[in-house]
Write a protein that binds this ligand. Sequence first.
Ligand SMILES: *[C@@H]1O[C@H](CO)[C@@H](O)[C@H](O)[C@H]1NC(C)=O
Ligand SMILES: [Cu+2]
Length: 267
Amino acid sequence: MRKKIFTMLLLGLALLTQLFYGKQLFADSAEDWQLSFQDPATPIMEGIINLHHDFMFFICAISIFVSWILVRTLWHYHWKKNKYPSAMVHGTAIEIIWTVTPSITLLAIAVPSFALLYSMDEIIAPAITIKTVGHQWYWSYEYSDYTNDANDAVMFESYMIPEEDLTLGQLRLLEVDNPMVIPVNTHVRLIITAADVLHSWAVPSLGIKCDAVPGRLNQSSLFVKREGIFYGQCSEICGVNHGFMPIVVEAVSLPNYISWVANKLSE
Ligand SMILES: *[C@@H]1O[C@H](CO)[C@@H](O)[C@H](O)[C@H]1NC(C)=O
Ligand SMILES: [Cu+2]
């Protein structure tokens, strides 16, 4: 009997594992009823998710503690139970405790938070620089590292594919005609700006959200660890078609990237 239960348990566990880890699928775009993050593809996004989990510990501990104190106070100090209130007005020990404990807690969340924030500003010897320009209402990309014989750089526009032109399996309001292509495991520098009004270039799986400001250059760095197609959206309200200028980043192997660049140059 016991052996049977054990076997059943093992089988169930195997089934669950298969369900959750069996298919090597990543969520690089929003999913129905999604509550948490999309899957990370850069060290920065991994850092953001870990920081979130770190904070969650403090959030849970503090919420439980505060609720417990509140319920206990309401229960024990109800006027029916506690007819004659205490005349105590201060207590040095408890005041020191409720000052020092929050200070230490704040410090414990500030240190990893600032470490991550400043690591985002770090640009590590980029191999490629891509200029991203926000327009009403599409993105355009310039790869000025490469030029052809006519001295033209790789430069193209990236428009959303309208609903009526979608093919089966394509994502509504997220697919574009010309995605931004980058090689994996390469340090990329992004220069982000806008041509008309404020836009924001944001891709959740890559951990990037960078304001695009007309007349200014914003800088961000990118290091994608796995091949894939990453979806994002303009994240600064920029006019009527703000919701129709998605971002697609295609991370490919270095040889594929090189042939893509060669193709773009000969266009
Ligand atoms: C981009 O530029 C704007 C304005 O100059 C600034 O407020 C913002 O913090 C910059 N960086 C990012 C990551 O958006
Ligand atoms: Cu917008």
